[in-house]
Structures are given as C-alpha cells and as structure tokens.
Design a protein around this ligand. Structure first.
Ligand code: NAD
Length: 466
C-alpha cells in the first residue's frame, strides 16, 4: 500500500471518530496544489534531466512549510504524503504553518558539490518562479539528503530573483547561522525527540503500560538511520540521559554492542569516514534489515518510510517504538503492533521539533533580530542584583565561580531549546489527555488533536459549519 494511502487511512479513522462529513474529509485529504518540474542541467557535456515535486497539502495558514528531500526514491505520491503529515504535525504543536513538502529524484552521492549546487539552483529557480518557494507562501527546510548547504543555495537563488523582498532570508529554514539561520536548528528534531522520550519517563503509568524499565538509562535502545535526526538524537540521549544505545543501523548494515555504543566516538568517526563500520566500538553486521528485529526496549526508526510493514512486523521485539522518521510503520503493521501491545509514539508528533525551531528561525528572519539580543545582558544584571541582595540579607559573600555559573542570560540556543521543550511537552499533555478520553493509541489521539484543530479552519473558511 502506498505511503499516501497509509496516512489517509489514519486520517479517515480519526475523522470518523470526530464525525467529519465525507465531503470535508475528502477535502482535508486532498492536495491543494502541486508542481512537478523537470530541470535540465549540463553534466559532463550532456544534458541530464532531474524530476522534482513540491506539494502543498493545506494552505489554511500561510506560509506552508516542509522539508526538501533528495533521494532516488522521491516520487509524487510520497511527496504528497509527506506534505499532509506536515499539516497534521504543525497543528499538533501549534505552529502557524500550512503543510508542504518537496523533493528531487536524485542520488546526491553520484554528484560533486558543484554539480549539486547547479542542480539545486536550477530546481529552486523553477519553484520560486512558480510561487512554490517564498517567505510568505512556502518555506522549505532540510530533509533526507539535504542540509544547511542546500538551504543556503536556495536562499542565494531566491535573493537574486527577488532582491526587493526585505524578508528574503525567511524563504528557507535550516540554513547556516551567518545566512540568518537559528542556533540549534540542526539538532532540533533529534532534541525534540529526546524530549518526547523524557516525557514518557515522567509518567509511571506509561512505563507500566509499556513494560519499560523505570529509568530511561536502563533501557536498551536501537536506532535505524544515523543521519541528521538519528545522530543528533543519539548524541542527546547518550550525553544528557546516559542512555544505552545497543545498536545503530545504516543502509549497509548495523553496529552492535550489547553494553552500549560510545556515541560520541561514533559521531566523530562518522563525520570523517561517513560510515558506522567501526569495529572498535562494536560488532558490524552487514544485514541492515536485521536491526529492526533485535530484542530491545526502545526501537527508533529514524531513516525512511515503510521500515516496518507486514513483512517484518511479526519479528519486532521491542516495548516502545518512537517514530523519528516520517511514516516508518505501514497502516497494517501499526494495527498488528497495537494488538501485540507495543506502544508507538507517532511521527506527526515525535519529529515535530524540527518545524518548531524552523518556526522560530522564520520569525527571527522576518523580525530581523536575533532572539535574546535585547534582553540577555539585562537578565544577567538582574540575577547579579538578586545575588547581591541575598548576600547582604544573609551577610554572606557568594564566590566568583558560583556567580559565573549562575549568571547566564539566555542566548539564542537556550531560547530555541526552551521553546522547543515547551512545545513538545505541551503537545504531549494534550495528546495524552485525548488518549485517555478516546481510549485509543497515541497515533489515534495525535490525529484526533490535529483534526479537531484543523476542522475549525476549514469550517470557518467558507465551508458550512458541521
Ligand atoms: P538524513 O538524510 O540526514 O539521514 C537519513 C539516514 O538514514 C541516512 O544516513 C541514510 O543513509 C539512512 N538510511 C536510509 N535508508 C536506510 C535503511 N534502510 N536502513 C538504515 N539506514 C537508512 O535524513 P534526516 O533528516 O535524518 O531524516 C530522517 C527521517 O526523519 C526522514 O523520515 C525525515 O523525513 C524525517 N524528519 C527529518 C527532519 C529534519 O529536521 N531533518 C524533521 C522531521 C522529520
């Protein structure tokens, strides 16, 4: 079953529970606008044709927002599915964006950096000229196969085509800091997922229900995909939560260490070698699909969609699945896992941290000022005054090192992560409340929260109230 059909089955199920009429449901599932482009680029004296898409699922709020994917597997159907997930995701974390997604069918590994720059600029030019990239209408971000590098190329293209747009830096998010990016954006999705996992461990009833061990650090974790999301999540879990990550998988195989992998060493090794095959850190097994079948407590697919389907669902032996990737579990596999009592935290909530911090970046770009720039020193001065007051009242003298540790006005990254944590934790509370009401899964509850919010837009936007 296609990725889009999978997503729409979840939507239909939740919409029925909310008594959506069929016409509203059909409208909600439909893609509002879509562009398919072919870009011809001269490579080694021959014209090479690349096909790309940008889909806008819902324009109920503008701009629309969503990643830009570079992968061999990119097609229209998946792009539409991913665009719709963006709509549902933004509604869950209360981010005022509609949903969009784009992608280019390409294996970036087959091209040089200069060739990719030319291809990206040609692709971006088409999308900008057709109104599919702009700070007011449609704002891409990195996704599979792209990073801040591609965002910078798109930004350069937009600036050269629209030099009179004072908000030009808001045409993409996830760009480098010196181009108007925000501190913390690269890590945001992984960091947001860590907040989700931490939140689960704040709820003893959920630990009991899922049969996890009481403390996060005592649970064996397996992660599929060591790209942006997987590696940053692993970094935070390892360093901030002392988590035991027993296996990390990539396209060519997985690294296994039953005592836990040294993630900092793996990250350093990966940066240089672009591989996880490091025999000092664990045993490398060249059967990538076996990774998902390992016995563990928490399984985190952080690569691509359809990682768990009817083909391998019976082999899954974990207690909790955290959907870091978009659409890693097919609809049928989801039903089976629910029957088996495996708890699933769904993509439309779990990986929303990226769009939350992207929103902060966009706000920064259109307001033309860095977060914390005005108030940081003022905050520090106020803390100093409080310490001074306490010292006077208690007749003590706080030592310099303590003062240095305490006095720290919030800088941009602190504020971005604080806003991220707030968004993820608030959404958790909202979803969990609905879960108890409808007695459903976290996925059903997340869709329920999302569709309920979205319905308000559709019904007040020229449609009769239902
Ligand atoms: P990425 O390209 O940085 O990393 C993906 C990694 O997965 C790559 O290293 C790739 O080699 C690996 N991979 C692909 N197929 C695999 C397989 N079968 N087995 C094991 N590894 C495999 O992409 P990313 O940005 O980390 O995105 C990962 C997922 O998270 C995608 O579903 C994406 O849509 C989603 N997501 C990303 C963001 C973001 O901010 N980057 C935000 C929300 C959701």
């Amino acid at each position: 079953m296609s990725f889009k059909k999978n997503v729409n089955l979840h939507v239909t199920k939740s919409a029925k529970l909310l008594n959506f009429s069929n016409d509203l449901l059909e409208h909600m599932k439909s893609i509002h606008s879509l562009i398919k482009v072919n870009v011809g680029v001269v490579i080694n004296d021959k014209i090479k044709n690349f096909t790309g898409w940008r889909a806008v699922h819902s324009e109920h709020i503008l701009p629309t927002k969503g990643g830009m994917r570079y992968d061999d597997s990119v097609d229209q159907d998946d792009t539409e599915a991913l665009a719709s997930l963006m709509t549902y995701k933004c509604a869950i974390v209360n981010i005022p964006f509609g949903g969009s997604k784009g992608g280019l069918k390409i294996n970036p590994k087959n091209y040089t950096e200069e060739q990719l720059r030319v291809i990206t600029k040609a692709f971006a030019t088409k999308l900008i000229n057709k109104g599919f990239i702009s700070p007011a209408l449609n704002v891409p971000a990195p996704d599979v196969g792209t990073s801040e590098r591609e965002m910078e190329w798109i930004l350069e293209t937009y600036k050269s085509l629209r030099p009179d747009d004072i908000n030009y830096r808001g045409c993409v998010t996830g760009k480098p800091l010196h181009r108007g990016g925000i501190a913390g954006r690269t890590e945001a999705t992984g960091r947001g997922i860590e907040e989700v996992i931490r939140e689960i461990f704040r709820h003893p009833d959920l630990i009991k229900e899922s049969k996890l061990k009481n403390e996060l650090k005592n649970n064996d974790i397996v992660i599929q995909g060591f790209g942006n999301v997987g590696s940053n999540l692993a970094k935070h879990l390892y360093n901030r939560d002392k988590a035991k990550i027993i296996a990390v998988g990539e396209r060519n195989g997985y690294l296994f260490n039953k005592n836990g992998i040294d993630i900092n060493a793996l990250n350093n090794f990966y940066k240089i070698n672009k591989s996880i095959k490091n025999l000092k850190l664990g045993e490398f097994k060249d059967k990538p699909s076996e990774l998902l079948e390992l016995k563990c407590d928490i399984l985190i697919p952080a690569a691509l969609e359809n990682a768990i389907t009817v083909v391998n669902v019976d082999q899954i032996k974990c207690k909790l699945i955290i959907e870091a990737a978009n659409g890693p579990i097919s609809f049928e596999a989801d039903q089976k896992l629910n029957e088996k009592g495996i708890m699933i935290m769904p993509d439309i909530y779990v990986n929303a941290g990226g769009v939350v911090v992207s929103y902060f970046e966009w706000v920064k770009d259109i307001s033309h000022i860095r977060f914390g720039r005005v108030e940081k020193r003022f905050q520090e001065q106020k803390i100093l005054e409080i310490i001074d007051l306490i010292d006077k009242k208690t007749n003590t003298k706080t030592d310099y090192d303590t003062i240095k540790n305490i006095v720290h006005g919030a800088d941009e990254e602190d504020l971005a992560f604080s806003g991220l944590e707030d968004s993820m934790r608030n959404a958790f509370i909202e979803i969990y409340k609905v879960k108890k009401e409808i007695k459903g899964s976290f996925r059903e509850s997340a869709y329920h929260v999302s569709l309920k919010k979205l319905r308000k837009f559709y019904t007040s936007d020229g449609f009769p109230k239902r």
